[in-house]
Write a protein that binds this ligand. Sequence first.
Ligand SMILES: [Zn+2]
Length: 438
Amino acid sequence: MKKTADMIVKGASIISMDAELQVYEEHNIAIQNGNILAIYPSQDDVYDAPTVLDATDCLVIPGLINAHTHMPMTYFRGLADDLPLDTWLNKYIWPLEAKLVKPQFVYDASLHAAAEMLLSGTVLANDMYFHIRETAKAVSKAGMRAMFGEAVIQVQLNESFGVAPICRAAVELNQEFAGNPLVSFVLTPHAIYTCDKKILSTCAEVAQKEDMLLHIHLSETKFEVDYSLSNYGKKPVMYLEELGLLDSNIVLAHGIWVDEDEMEVLAKHDVSVASCLESSLKLTAGILPIQQYKKHGVNICLGTDGVASNNNLDMFSEMDINAKLHKAIAGDPAFLPASEVLQMATIKAAKALGIGDKTGSIEEGKYADLAILSLDSLSSQPIYNPYSHIVYAMNSDSVRDVVVNGKIVVKNRKLVNIDEAELIDTAKKYKQEILNQL
Ligand SMILES: [Zn+2]
């Protein structure tokens, strides 16, 4: 007699991204209660399920993980490009955020971002912004997974919206959403130049006590290093170490202007860095020194940053450019092979977020968070090596279906829980509002 499951993904080539990088040809994945129950040869046919997703002639990969982003910035896409970072921030982004970023704006923009991410194979985002309850609601509606932090920026704080209330709110949100498997809340002091010592050490204390992830921008530009040296007498990483932030599970966004002494400290504390290469290239912030990081054994993963600077949320293009640019810089085509770049968008990202035991690879007991890539297009044939194929030949258009928490959320390139046409209409309306505010 057959055993039962909630869903079976059938007949796939499974790119597991487990520690041995096992690839299973013509295997099924049985899913139950949102988790992977079994991986077994299709011919064995040992499970029955009410939902069967045929993945014959497809590659199944762990859903991609975007380790640093700002989902509610969607409507600022393309608003102000090809500008220096300070002009872009001071003239456009910050004034507009001050006028427009209200709960409904955040909800609508986050729903758009979640839809865009799911359609391009991303199942989990590590997000930092404002009104995070709204983002959590939107992402839950889309059926995506995310971790949210309310950005702590000193100049915006007041009596009721101080660092202690923000930390308390994050702890309470985790309790409030405890029954929701898709979302969790973390602590996100924005950066060392926008938060003082007290803010940073308070976040560190709460993160330690509550066992929460810390997520901060660090050394995105050379300015931050100079700022840290002249204001704190220390390099940015040493400053974070002194304040206790590196004793928690912490992911640093960017980490471009970090020297080898700092890398040694990051390695000692098992700190991960999320590189957002496309955004950093466009803003000419710099390029992550990945050869040096690898030498010190620091875990590196990938993020898109917000669409205002990227201008998309596409992890496929992020993988492609990372693999190629770093080879060129290293002068070595064997540097950063495709399989390693795919790890940076899956299991290494899961590890960075402190959930490497729960997701990031296709293994029994882990979340059933999968992207199913179709091989039915001209550009995806023939296929010899699945890793190089995924990173160099395929793109987000290859994503046919997406499963999150054991539920199909994208089917035949269509969103299951959201009306795409409605999202496009809403984006057009916001464009007018944003132009009126400029
Ligand atoms: Zn950012």
